[in-house]
Design a protein around this ligand. Structure first.
Ligand SMILES: [Zn+2]
Length: 337
């Protein structure tokens, strides 16, 4: 091995390297096998990759959790699934970070909305309370989702209960602290009687945000993690029946499988309510120097609600498709002799 080879570890024939997975899983035909074997003699990069893949194949074939079915390259490509809790956030770090960040932004936007109307008076409070709300809710939601994964292991999965309890605790603590810090007076002036800033924030959180986090983030989160666990533990039949809405399918322990269509209808139903409610308040607003700031903050808060819901629903639909594809594949494989 010379020094010049080390940094330049590239395959000399990329079209052949694309065949390695099929080769290792015994899915390649005779001609392909010969072509790969010939290339392996010349290419150290592909040789290392074959050693790595062979080790993976060996583990998958011996792992008692992954039913005694033959494992194909196609199945492994689909298995971004983590049934043993080896990956952070069960392999769904992206969604955990995105949804926690968006939900934290929604809460921060609510605090901002309550202070923006009298920004000149509450500038100092707003400039630290808004980022502090974001940071604490972001970390808090990540912790809730992490706990949901952590408690999903074991004989009796308690992920859903754990994450809902942790989320309730997070909500109560954040409300108590925020209400104590927000002004105890009406900040927003409208022609109808408005609530004090703290009470208005509590109302937003309890009537709009909590239901959003539970239905569009936490329940889908636990459902996907639970269904992936079911597949990895070999319970394919019921998972497929559940996704096909068969009458005799049951919800496995710790899984509340909420149909995406229900979430879709709720989303659509909330659009007119949200717009009418927001515009009613803006139409009855007493003009002030920062009215437009308040209006923008209100619209941002409304938009964020729909972004959180849309992101959660989109992720849920895509992951359910993955679970279904894998379940179908496992069924097909087990039907083979
Ligand atoms: Zn190569």
């Amino acid at each position: 091995v010379t020094a010049t080879q080390a940094p330049d570890r590239r395959c000399t024939e990329p079209p052949v390297s694309a065949l390695l997975t099929a080769y290792c899983f015994g899915d390649a035909d005779h001609v392909t096998c010969e072509r790969v074997q010939e290339h392996l003699l010349a290419c150290p990069v592909c040789w290392d990759e074959v050693l790595r893949l062979e080790a993976t194949v060996e583990v998958l074939r011996r792992d008692p959790h992954i039913s005694p079915q033959p494992v194909t390259a196609e199945a492994v490509a689909l298995v971004t699934i983590d049934g043993h809790g080896e990956h952070r956030f069960a392999g769904h770090v992206g969604f955990a970070v995105l949804s926690s960040g968006l939900y934290a932004a929604l809460n921060a936007a609510s605090v901002w909305t309550e202070l923006a109307y009298q920004f000149a008076r509450f500038e100092h409070l707003a400039l630290w309370l808004v980022p502090a709300t974001f940071a604490s809710m972001f970390v808090g939601m990540l912790a809730v989702m992490w706990l949901g994964v952590r408690f999903e292991r074991g004989a009796r999965p308690m992920g859903l209960v754990a994450s809902l309890l942790a989320f309730s605790l997070l909500t109560v603590i954040s409300l108590v602290v925020t209400v104590a810090l927000l002004p105890h007076e009406q900040v927003v002036h409208a022609t109808f009687s408005t609530r004090a800033a703290g009470a208005a924030h509590v109302k937003s959180v309890l009537s709009y945000f909590v239901i959003l986090a539970v239905l569009y983030v936490l329940v889908p989160w636990q459902a996907i993690i639970g269904l992936e666990r079911e597949l990895v533990q070999g319970r394919v039949g019921n998972t497929l029946a559940l996704l096909r809405h068969d009458a005799d399918a049951f919800h496995p322990t710790g899984v509340w499988y909420l149909r995406p269509s229900v979430l879709g209808w709720l989303f659509a139903f909330n659009v007119p309510f949200s717009i009418v409610g927001g515009n009613y308040l803006l139409d009855h607003l007493v003009p002030g120097p920062y009215s437009s700031w308040f209006a923008v903050a209100l619209y941002i808060r409304m938009a964020l609600w729909f972004v959180v819901a849309g992101a959660g629903l989109g992720w849920y639909v895509r992951r359910l498709q993955d679970v279904k594809r894998l379940a179908l594949l496992m069924t097909k494989l087990s039907a083979q002799p």
